[in-house]
Design a binder for this molecule. Structure first.
Ligand SMILES: Nc1ncnc2c1ncn2[C@@H]1O[C@H](COP(=O)(O)OP(=O)(O)O)[C@@H](O)[C@H]1O
Ligand SMILES: O=C(CO)[C@@H](O)[C@H](O)COP(=O)(O)O
Length: 566
C-alpha cells in the first residue's frame, strides 16, 4: 500500500478544518483553525457578524482566506508531507456566496509564493467583502416575490428541490443586487463557499458543484440546468440581465469526481505539494457528510454542528416544501434529502449556560455535565403521574424549520389541551430534556415521509460536535427509535472525512466502460471498516417510549403553530 495522502477540507461556520487520510481510509492528520480564536482581528462571534435589525448574518471573506493561510501553516508545523498529497477535495458551509471582482482571475493566476494568500486577494479580488451566511433571514420579501411569480412553494420545490428559503443563494443574490446595485454590477463571478474554496486551490475561478448548486433555488434538478425563469426574476427582469447573471454563475460541473486540474503552482512552490496533485470539486458540508458513511435505505445521519441537519440518501426524487432535495454529490440517479435547523448547538448551549448559572460546575465536570444530568433526570415529555406533559420550542435565532420568529415557548399539556406556560422554578432543568426532545420531535415529524411507512429508521448515525454528548445521543435514540440503534462516527469531522474519501475515489475509481466509473458507494463499501469507524452509542427503539413520542407528534405540531401565530 502506498503512503499517498488525500486531503478533505471543511470551511464551516465556526472553523476551517482538514483531515488527511491514506489509501486505507485511515486518518493520519487532523488540524483546525477556529475563526473567533485564531483570527481575532475580525471580531466575529461564532464565525459571523449579525445585524439583528435587518435579520442579517454574514461573514468576512478575507477572514476565511487568512484562516486558510493559518491552517496550511499548522499542517506544515504538524509535519504533514505535502509532497505525498495526491488529490484534494473539501466541503463548504452551504448557500453562502462570494462576489468576485473582474480582477479576481488575474490575481488568482499570479499568486506570489513568498506571501500568504489573504493580502494578495483581499480586497481587490472581491466586489463585496462579505458573504451572506446560512443563518441570515433578511430575504423574506425576495422569497415571497419568487414564490408568487413561480407559482407557489410546491412548484419551486419540484423544480429546485426546495421551496424558497431566506438563506438560499438565489433570494440572497436578488437582495444583494437591490441593496448594492454598483457592487452587483462590478461582480464578475459569483461562487458558493464550496466553489470559492475550489478556486483558491485551482488558482482560477472554479465551476459550481453538482450538489451544492441545489442550495440556490436556481437550479432545475430534474432537467440539470439553471431555471431561466427564476434566473431572470433574480437578475432583475430582462433577457440581458438574465444572461449577465448566467455568466456570473458560470458552469456547473456534473461529475463530483472530476479532476478539475492540478493544484495552483502557488502551493507547489510555497508548501511543496506535487505538481500532479489534483483538485476534485469541493461540495457543500451536508452533501460531503453523506459521503462519510456507507448509507443504506432507512439510514439517517443527524449532523450536530452549528446547524442540526438530518440527511438521507435516496433514489427517489420526491419533493415537498417541508424539506430539501439535492442532487447527490457523487452519484447520478441518487438524491440527498435534508432537513436543516438553524437553532442547533447554539440553542442547546444557551440552555446549558442557564443551567450552569444556577448550578456552579465542580472542578471535575465539563461544561455539559449539569445539562446532561438535567436532561436524563427528567422523564420523557416531563410527564407527571397525573398525566401532565411539557413541551418547548427554543429558537434564539429565527428558525428555518418551521419558518418561525426567534423566541422561547413552553407548553403544558393536560386533560384540557395544550396551553402556553410561564417559567417555573424547575424551568432550566426541564428545558434540558425539552430542547433535545423538541429538536428530535421536529425531525421525526418531517423525516417520517422520507423513510418507511412507520417513519422508523434502521440506523441513526450521529456526527459533528454535539455527537460527543451521551445525553443528546440517548434522547435522539428514544425519540427517533432506530431499530438497530444510534451510532457515532468516531471522527467528528464527518464532512472533511467524506471529502477526503471523495478525493481518493476520484483518483482510484475504476473505469467500468467508456465514461462510466465505479460508483462511490461500491468504492467505499469495499474499503470501509465498520469496527474502526463507528461505535454504538444508544440502543435506539425502546418499546413504549417511541410510541409515547409518536402520540405527542400532533401536540408538537400544534405547539409549533401556536408559536408561529403568537
Ligand atoms: N460535548 C458536547 N456536547 C454538546 N455539544 C458539543 C459538545 N462538544 C462540542 N459541541 C458543540 O459542537 C458545536 C461545533 O460542532 P462542529 O461540528 O465542529 O460545528 P461546525 O462544523 O458547524 O463548525 C459547538 O457549537 C458545540 O456547542
Ligand atoms: O444551511 C445549512 C444547510 O442548508 C447549514 O447546514 C450550513 O451548511 C452550515 O453548516 P454547519 O456550519 O453547521 O456545518
Amino acid at each position: 500500500m502506498s503512503d499517498d495522502l488525500y486531503l478533505g477540507f471543511d470551511l464551516s461556520t465556526q472553523q476551517i478544518k482538514v483531515i488527511a487520510i491514506n489509501p486505507k481510509l485511515e486518518p493520519v492528520l487532523q488540524v483546525n483553525v477556529e475563526f473567533d480564536v485564531d483570527t481575532p482581528e475580525y471580531k466575529t462571534r461564532k464565525g459571523v457578524y449579525t445585524n439583528p435589525k435587518l435579520n442579517e448574518v454574514f461573514a468576512p471573506v478575507a477572514m476565511w482566506i487568512k484562516a486558510f493561510d493559518i491552517l496550511l501553516g499548522k499542517m506544515q508545523a504538524a509535519g504533514l508531507d505535502f509532497a505525498k498529497v495526491k488529490s484534494i477535495s473539501g466541503a463548504g458551509q452551504q448557500h453562502g456566496s462570494v462576489f468576485w471582482s473582474s480582477e479576481a482571475d488575474a490575481l488568482l493566476a499570479s499568486l506570489n509564493h513568498d506571501l500568504p494568500l489573504e493580502p494578495q486577494l483581499s480586497p481587490k479580488a472581491f466586489a463585496h467583502d462579505m458573504s451572506p451566511n446560512w443563518q441570515d433571514h433578511s430575504t423574506a420579501e425576495e422569497c415571497d416575490y419568487l414564490e408568487q411569480k413561480v407559482g407557489g412553494a410546491e412548484i419551486l420545490a419540484q423544480v429546485t428541490g426546495s421551496k424558497t428559503h431566506h438563506r438560499f443563494t438565489g433570494p440572497q443574490i436578488m437582495r444583494f443586487r437591490r441593496r448594492h446595485p454598483s457592487r452587483y454590477a462590478n461582480t464578475a463571478r459569483i461562487s458558493l463557499v464550496s466553489s470559492f474554496f475550489t478556486s483558491l486551490l485551482l488558482g482560477r475561478i472554479a465551476p459550481l458543484d453538482v450538489s451544492d448548486v441545489c442550495g440556490m433555488n436556481l437550479w432545475d434538478i430534474p432537467n440539470e440546468k439553471f431555471n431561466e425563469q427564476i434566473i431572470q426574476l433574480v437578475a432583475g427582469g430582462d433577457e440581458n440581465e438574465k444572461d449577465d447573471l448566467l455568466r456570473k454563475l458560470g458552469e456547473v460541473e456534473p461529475d463530483g469526481g472530476k479532476n478539475l486540474g492540478p493544484i495552483s503552482d502557488y502551493y507547489v512552490s510555497r508548501y511543496g505539494f506535487p505538481k500532479s496533485c489534483t483538485i476534485t470539486p469541493i461540495t457543500g458540508d451536508n452533501p460531503a457528510t453523506i459521503l462519510a458513511l456507507p448509507l443504506r435505505p432507512l439510514d439517517v445521519i443527524v449532523s450536530l454542528g452549528t446547524s442540526t441537519t438530518l440527511l438521507v440518501s435516496t433514489p427517489v426524487y420526491k419533493t415537498s416544501p417541508a424539506y430539501h432535495m439535492f442532487s447527490h454529490p457523487t452519484s447520478k440517479g441518487l438524491y440527498m434529502g435534508m432537513l436543516c435547523y438553524c437553532n442547533g448547538s447554539l440553542a442547546r448551549e444557551k440552555v446549558r449556560d442557564e443551567i450552569n448559572a444556577i448550578k456552579p460546575l465542580s472542578e471535575a465536570s465539563d461544561v455539559w455535565t449539569s445539562f446532561n444530568e438535567a436532561a436524563l433526570s427528567v422523564p420523557p415529555l416531563g410527564s407527571t403521574v397525573d398525566g401532565i406533559e411539557r413541551l418547548g420550542l427554543y429558537f434564539p435565532l429565527p428558525e428555518i424549520v418551521p419558518d418561525c420568529k426567534a423566541g422561547t415557548w413552553r407548553f403544558i399539556s393536560d386533560s384540557s389541551g395544550l396551553h402556553e406556560a410561564t417559567e417555573q422554578s424547575d424551568t432550566p432543568i426541564v428545558d434540558a430534556r425539552a430542547i433535545l426532545e423538541s429538536q428530535n420531535l421536529s425531525m421525526r415529524l418531517r423525516a417520517g415521509p422520507l423513510l418507511s411507512s412507520t417513519g422508523q429508521p434502521r440506523r441513526v448515525y450521529v456526527v459533528g460536535g454535539g455527537s460527543r454528548n451521551p445525553a443528546i445521543c440517548q434522547v435522539t435514540g428514544e425519540v427517533l427509535g432506530p431499530t438497530e440503534g444510534v451510532y457515532r462516527l468516531e471522527l467528528s469531522n464527518a464532512c472533511a472525512l467524506g471529502s477526503a474519501y471523495k478525493a481518493l475515489w476520484s483518483v482510484q475509481r475504476k473505469v467500468i466502460s467508456d465514461g462510466m466509473y465505479e460508483s462511490f458507494e461500491d468504492f467505499l463499501s469495499e474499503r470501509w471498516d465498520e469496527k474502526t469507524m463507528i461505535n454504538k452509542v444508544d440502543d435506539g427503539y425502546r418499546k413504549g417510549i417511541w410510541e409515547k413520542y409518536g402520540e405527542a407528534l400532533a401536540k408538537f405540531a400544534l405547539a409549533e403553530k401556536l408559536a408561529i401565530n403568537s
